[in-house]
Design a protein around this ligand. Sequence first.
Ligand SMILES: *[C@@H]1O[C@H](CO)[C@@H](O)[C@H](O)[C@H]1NC(C)=O
Ligand SMILES: *[C@@H]1O[C@H](CO)[C@@H](O)[C@H](O)[C@H]1NC(C)=O
Ligand SMILES: *[C@@H]1O[C@H](CO)[C@@H](O)[C@H](O)[C@H]1NC(C)=O
Ligand SMILES: *[C@@H]1O[C@H](CO)[C@@H](O)[C@H](O)[C@H]1NC(C)=O
Length: 589
Amino acid sequence: QALVQSSGENDMDWTFCGLWLHDLGSPQLDVNISPGCSNVSVSANRTTLSIHGQVTAQCRRFNGIQLDHYGLGHEKASNFCLYWEPALDRLILQVKQQNFSLCRSAHPEGSCCTDLSRSSIGPEVVHGIKKAMIRTDVISLETFSGYTFKGERVPCSEEHFCSFTVKTMSNERLCEYEEPTITVHLPPALKLAMRTTTKVAVTFHTNTTFFQVTFSTKILGEVVDITVENEIIADLSEPIRISFYHDAIQVWRSHRAWSRDCFTVDPVHVKWLAEGCVTSQRGVEHTECFCNHLTYFSVLVELQPRPVRHLMALTVITSLGCAASFISCVALIVFLCTKSRQSKEQSVPIHLGLALSLAVLHLLFFLTGVLANLGGEALCAWVGAGMHYSLLSSFTWMGIEIFHTFWLVYVVFTPSPKPYIWNLLGFGLPLIPVIILVAVGDVYGLREVFSADDLSNPYQMCWMKDSTKALLAHYVTNITSVFLLVSSGIVMLILVYRKIRIRDEWKQTQVAFLSIWGLSCLFGTFWGLTFFEFMSDLVLFFSCFLTSFQGFFIALRFYMLEWMRKRAASTLCSNSTGSTRQHMLQEKS
Ligand SMILES: *[C@@H]1O[C@H](CO)[C@@H](O)[C@H](O)[C@H]1NC(C)=O
Ligand SMILES: *[C@@H]1O[C@H](CO)[C@@H](O)[C@H](O)[C@H]1NC(C)=O
Ligand SMILES: *[C@@H]1O[C@H](CO)[C@@H](O)[C@H](O)[C@H]1NC(C)=O
Ligand SMILES: *[C@@H]1O[C@H](CO)[C@@H](O)[C@H](O)[C@H]1NC(C)=O
């Protein structure tokens, strides 16, 4: 049995040692340290050992120290070591077993100056630094006047420090007991399986950038590679046990679920595979893998599509709602077309535009499932693009409805823009993002929606694909539109309310007014809700219902307003101001 333990090696701390060849007499120390991160130099001549530089976070020190009190004056050479602990901002010089704390502990904030690398060496001299060493590596056996090292800033915090530093120099305990990152337990069965050698090589890879990971997977923590030279070990009777202590999973794409599993590398195809290991999740930061062969191992997080609860019921509601909405919108279009021939009312083309875009949206939404199963990839992409276009067009028309009402109330004396301008805006503007996305490519296409009840049989639809690019497009176009629609709706609602509240026709018009604004805002909100996937079942059903019956409600609202207008007209026609009120009402609807 063997137990291999590895903990992150502390690379931040730095030690420089050497033998200072000096004169008899009165050697001294020359210190000039200031905050910064450029370079630090250690140089020596026959009288002085100098430490100059800018590597500290806060420490500033500038003085000379006489060393003859410390017994250096009687000898011609002294061993010295300089210890630099950037995470503690501590610099200690040890000369002849005597410690000089040049910089006492402090807490650096945010970054540390570390990775000190040699940038220059002084000339070879008689009195200087001999046998210079960095940590335990000898740089040179000759004597040089000095060495300069260049530092580099790296992020560091107490957490960083705690997870990477093994304390060696002081008794201070900043961190609690540190867990090893990976422990490997090799079973006796392995020894029996090895034929030629008895050596097992275990390599820990902290830098995992080399190991290619796909879009939907991510390596959690480190990679460990266990091999036996020239042998392939597989099908062990007793598994190798590897414990990974890693960070808790960052929810970096929260709209999808994730799974945490042990993976191994298939060395032939250089691919991560989930086979050959059994995963045991011991805690959010601890995963244990039981594997029956030797290769590279790691814990990978795999993103998986988030299953939708009650998908069947939601699909039925959506289909019914879309059918009802489509029929209502078509009826509304027919009604508006006959009406527009009779009257020159400004708002008719706007209602018509909204009804038309909603009709197309609901029709495509109704058919998207069927088309996804029947048509090929290309057709699906076009259906997805069409659906996106009609959705954006509906948003634009809702915005126009809101803006039009605002215009009628605020800009009373200027006639509102001509219908062709509205058409250009409502049908033309949404074309721009859709054309751009089609040109970019790989945005529209087949999208699978997984049911929580049956993961193996996803519901297919044509919409935006499930990729980073498409997700970005969704945020930039849809979420932004909903946000603009709802926020501008609320602002204009308040402005219009303030203006018309004091007019005497307010009482008659308020119902109509509120119904328009309220509904416009509500629709925007429900589309918005549909996009946010953290919803309780009730909200999910509610928003699904309202979204799919949207066209139906818009038509219903329209007929109610027509009815109210007729009633108002008949009760007010005897009044002297009746015609003005009627005008206001007409424009408001
Ligand atoms: C040390 O750093 C300073 C400031 O960055 C630079 O001017 C100087 O040349 C450096 N010295 C050496 C020896 O690299
Ligand atoms: C030794 O170096 C110090 C500072 O680096 C300097 O002040 C002193 O003059 C030097 N001494 C000799 C003998 O070169
Ligand atoms: C001097 O400091 C070093 C490093 O912190 C430590 O290992 C050593 O024990 C100290 N020596 C004395 C005499 O305090
Ligand atoms: C990890 O290795 C890659 C090259 O394989 C390198 O580009 C990257 O800088 C390394 N990262 C760290 C943190 O060392």
